[in-house]
Design a protein around this ligand. Structure first.
Ligand code: AP5
Length: 219
């Protein structure tokens, strides 16, 4: 087993590959913080904050929100956690500039990224997963094919109605996949060159992928 106090893990992978699903499970199992920039942005959007209003157009189009906005958001969030807390990043970093900013921020806390797990699945699997995704306003994620709620259309935990994310429409998904390949896939080389990358085959069931992920991370 790897020493886990203060460990920092990044989950990398295409839209819909399961970063959020796996990140939530792992953070609960290890009592680490789960930091999803997508969730932070969606929460800001729901509250109608200036950040949410700025991010909306980019998110609805499937484009990335500008680096300076995201980096500021993550730095603020990380400062509230303290350096001894294990952290799982999901959906961040997404560009080389964000990865460099994360390295710098963590160095200020006398730590760094310990492992980066690349979750890998064929595009046909991602598209099926995204088309079946339903989410609650508070962020719980289900899937009508693979992980349905007990009562169709409603969250098991809160009873809220489940929605289909605005950016899960087919045209926007195509843009998100293209943006991933252009701007985020280069991070595979960035972290591989630093000896931090582990690859996890993510086409199996949710429990199976979690088992493979924990094995690859050694946690
Ligand atoms: P974000 O929310 O991060 O979206 P994403 O990266 O496109 O990832 P997803 O949330 O679509 O997928 P996921 O991998 O988490 O899959 P999930 O677990 O839900 O970002 C949204 C937008 O915000 C971006 O487009 C951008 O505009 C902006 N943004 C966010 N971060 C940013 C950043 N750092 N920089 C700039 N802009 C940023 O699973 C998908 C579905 O499959 C679910 O229904 C789930 O139940 C199901 N499922 C999961 N695993 C399995 C399995 N093993 N078997 C069967 N079903 C499964």
């Amino acid at each position: 087993m790897t020493k886990t106090a203060g460990m920092v893990v990044v989950l990398l992978g295409s839209p819909g590959v399961g970063k959020g699903t796996q990140g939530v499970r792992l953070s609960r199992a290890l009592d680490w913080a789960h930091v999803s920039t997508g969730d932070l942005l969606r929460a800001a959007l729901r509250k109608g904050t200036p950040l949410g209003l700025e991010a909306r157009g980019y998110m609805d189009a499937g484009d990335l929100v500008p680096d300076d906005v995201i980096i500021g958001l993550v730095q603020e969030h990380l400062a509230g956690l303290g350096p001894e807390r294990g952290v799982i990043f999901d959906g961040f970093p997404r560009t080389v500039a964000q990865a460099e900013a994360l390295d710098e921020t963590l160095a200020g806390q006398q730590r760094g990224v310990d492992r980066v797990a690349l979750l890998d699945a064929d595009d046909s699997v991602l598209i099926k997963r995204i088309s079946g995704r339903r989410s609650s306003a508070s962020g719980r994620v289900y899937n009508v094919y693979f992980d349905p709620p007990r009562r169709e259309g409603f969250c098991d935990d809160t009873g809220e109605p489940l929605i289909h994310r605005a950016d899960d429409q087919p045209d926007t998904v195509r843009t998100r996949l293209a943006v991933y390949h252009e701007l985020t896939a280069p991070l595979v080389g960035y972290y591989d060159a630093r000896g931090l990358l582990v690859r996890v085959h993510a086409e199996g069931g949710i429990g199976q992928v979690q088992h493979a992920l924990r094995g690859a991370l050694g946690v």
